[in-house]
Design a protein around this ligand. Structure first.
Ligand code: ZN
Length: 166
C-alpha cells in the first residue's frame, strides 16, 4: 500500500525541484512544473525521475510535466520539444511531457513507471542527441530506459500495452 503524499494545497500545480537538499537529484535538473493533483502519479513520477544512474547527464530542458484528463485512445505519454525561435540569442530548447490519465490509470505501478521512463528517455534523446518527432524513436527510447534500470517495468508495460492500446 502506498501512502498518499501530502495534499497539494495549490490544487493543481506544484513546483518541483529536482536538486533537493538530500542531494538525490533526479534525471531532470532545474525547475519544472508538475501539474497534477493525482498523488499516485506524483509519487510514481518522483520514483522514476530519481532512478537513472547519477552518472547520466541531466535533462535541463524540461519545463513542464503534466497529467492530462483529456480523453485519448492510444497515447499514454507524449514528449514535445520546442525551440523558441523568436529568442534568437537566448533561445534554449524547452520540453513538455504530458501523460494521459485515462490510460495511465489503467496501468499497474510498474507499467506506469515504464511509461514515465520511456518519456524521460525521449526528453533525454531530444536534448543530448538531437530533437526528433515524438513518435520516431520509440525503440531507442525503450533501449535507453532499459539501460537506466527500468527493464522489469518495461516488461510489465509490454504485457499491459495491448489492453491499453485497444
Ligand atoms: Zn515514445
Amino acid at each position: 500500500m502506498r501512502r498518499v503524499p501530502e495534499a497539494d494545497s495549490a490544487g493543481h500545480r506544484l513546483l518541483a525541484r529536482s536538486n533537493d537538499k538530500a542531494g538525490r537529484s533526479g534525471i531532470i535538473a532545474g525547475h519544472y512544473t508538475l501539474s497534477t493533483k493525482d498523488g499516485r502519479f506524483r509519487q510514481l513520477f518522483r520514483e522514476a525521475v530519481r532512478r537513472p544512474p547519477e552518472s547520466i547527464p541531466r535533462i535541463t530542458s524540461v519545463r513542464s510535466v503534466a497529467l492530462s484528463n483529456r480523453p485519448t485512445k492510444t497515447t499514454v505519454g507524449l514528449t514535445r520539444y520546442s525551440n523558441l525561435k523568436f529568442l534568437v540569442v537566448f533561445s534554449r530548447p524547452r520540453q513538455t511531457i504530458t501523460f494521459y490519465s485515462s490510460l495511465f490509470d489503467a496501468l499497474s505501478d510498474g507499467a506506469a513507471i515504464a511509461v514515465i521512463a520511456h518519456e524521460l528517455a525521449h526528453a533525454w534523446l531530444n536534448e543530448h542527441v538531437r530533437p526528433e518527432e515524438s513518435r520516431s524513436r520509440e525503440l531507442e527510447a525503450d533501449r535507453l530506459a532499459r539501460e537506466w534500470g527500468f527493464g522489469a517495468e518495461l516488461k510489465a508495460l509490454d504485457k499491459e500495452a495491448e489492453t491499453v492500446n485497444e
